[in-house]
Ligand binder design. Structure first.
Ligand code: CA
Length: 236
């Protein structure tokens, strides 16, 4: 099997050394860039399986690199894990909304890092083998959720969900009226190996709602429990 290729974009030498050492010990092929602009062009040129992306970088910052990778058809499937310092929560929220697959906060243990990288790679490569309901198109009024094309539309307009947001929305909508805890959504929509945190579900749901616009109320909060997709057709 081909070694997974990981690109590390990190300007702090001691951190990139820890990252590179921990991952190369696991058999990953590693490249390191210390500058944002170089990191973006390296990602485009060499198409790594995963990018570990520091947020504060000289040249181009991490969220901007994430935005460019995830909005380009050629690179949008590339997995991205953001590496952030404490206190950069708003950048994490922004990055997840742009399609980053996970994040890790400094300081982290090499063991945690390796586990997260492996979980994201598994999730990304398991894209084709989704749950039993994955083929079913869901239609609710003018809202269409089409898993075969990974696409959500309202009328003629496409709702620009990230891959993770699509999975969460499709997971909920496949069983309208049923309440799911954050934990069940994590496991059911993102896979049993997902290392994402419970509270990142809240971030994704917030972003899904804002992208759904007038259909935002289809995703209901069940206080103290979790979320459900409404059973009611929206009034038109
Ligand atoms: Ca930095």
């Amino acid at each position: 099997m081909k070694k997974p290729h990981v690109l590390i974009v990190e300007d702090e030498g001691d951190i990139s050394e820890i990252l590179a050492y921990a991952l190369s010990r696991e058999g990953f092929e590693i490249h390191v860039c210390t500058d944002g602009t170089a990191g973006l062009s390296e990602a485009r040129r060499h198409m790594p399986d995963l990018v570990l992306l520091d947020l504060m970088l000289p040249g181009l910052d991490g969220t901007e690199i994430c935005r460019r990778l995830k909005s380009d058809d050629a690179t949008k499937a590339m997995a991205v894990i953001m590496v952030s310092a404490k206190g950069e929560e708003s950048d994490i929220v922004l990055g997840l909304g742009l399609g980053a697959d996970d994040y890790i906060v400094k300081p982290f243990s090499p063991k945690e890092l390796v586990a997260r990288v492996k979980a994201v790679l598994r999730r990304v490569s398991g894209e084709g083998e989704m749950t039993h309901d994955s083929g079913k198109k869901i239609v609710l009024g003018d809202l269409v959720i089409d898993p075969s094309r990974h696409r959500v539309t309202v009328g003629d307009a496409e709702v620009p969900l990230t891959a993770t947001e699509f999975r969460i929305l499709h997971f909920l909508a496949a069983k309208p009226g049923r309440v799911f805890s954050r934990d069940q959504i994590l496991t059911g929509a993102l896979g049993p190996h997902s290392m994402a945190l419970d509270r990142s579900i809240d971030v994704h749901i917030r972003s899904i709602r804002s992208k759904l616009g007038e259909h935002r109320s289809l995703v209901e909060t069940v206080r103290g429990v979790g979320y459900r997709f409404t059973e009611q057709l929206p009034a038109t």
